[in-house]
Design a protein around this ligand. Sequence first.
Ligand code: TMP
Length: 237
Amino acid sequence: MTDAGNSSSPVPSQGAAFNSAASNSAGFYIAIEGWEASGKSTQAELLAGHLDATLSREPGGTQLGRSIRRMLLDDGPIPTDRAEALLFAADRAQHIQEIVRPSLDSGRHVVTDRSYGSTLAYQGHGRGQSLEELLWLSEWASDGLLPHLVVLIRVASDEAERRLGPERDRLESEPDEFGDRVRLGFDHLAAADPERWRIVDGNGSIDAVHQRVVAVVDNWMTKRALATKRAGDNKRG
Ligand code: TMP
């Protein structure tokens, strides 16, 4: 496996400032991330069912997003690296405003199949574009709202390769080294922001992985509730 192409760049701080716009929401915004064929779409659906959350995805969670998704993944004009990053950002902007923020504001949790982590892993580590600039772009597109929790589903590369099969879209058809950089990029991102990111082993049955995801999310929610209560107690005391 080659090292991530962008590992020499600092991993940008995905800090609290980015969630300033989300601080008044009652619902939690949870992203499921991973390399191709990691089973994340199935796990996002199961988690949304478990939490009675709004289920969505990037790219393609909105009508506009579905057009952008076709442009990005189907056969057609190949975007430059910057155009690709901007198209994912446009999808994100629409998704946040149309789906994510209204759901959070109404008190519902949102589970999204991919989010800004994919931009940093694919366009950043995979394509070698600046992580700082891509994080800024994601923040701008989402008006400051990043997922509160990111669950990275990890499967071994040969297992992902086996699950992918011969029919592949544009990004799935990238050479092996691209996949190596993206997978390692995800690991770097998770390591750099342990408050927000959790890693789940994606090997095993769908149900076994779901149980792991639920354990991680429930544990994170409990910790978050305790921290919120403590902060409230401190304010009153
Ligand atoms: P998926 O819906 O099957 O996961 O496919 C989405 C593809 O788009 C996948 O190859 C990852 C890629 N992607 C990016 O490269 N950057 C992004 O910001 C997002 C959201 C997805």
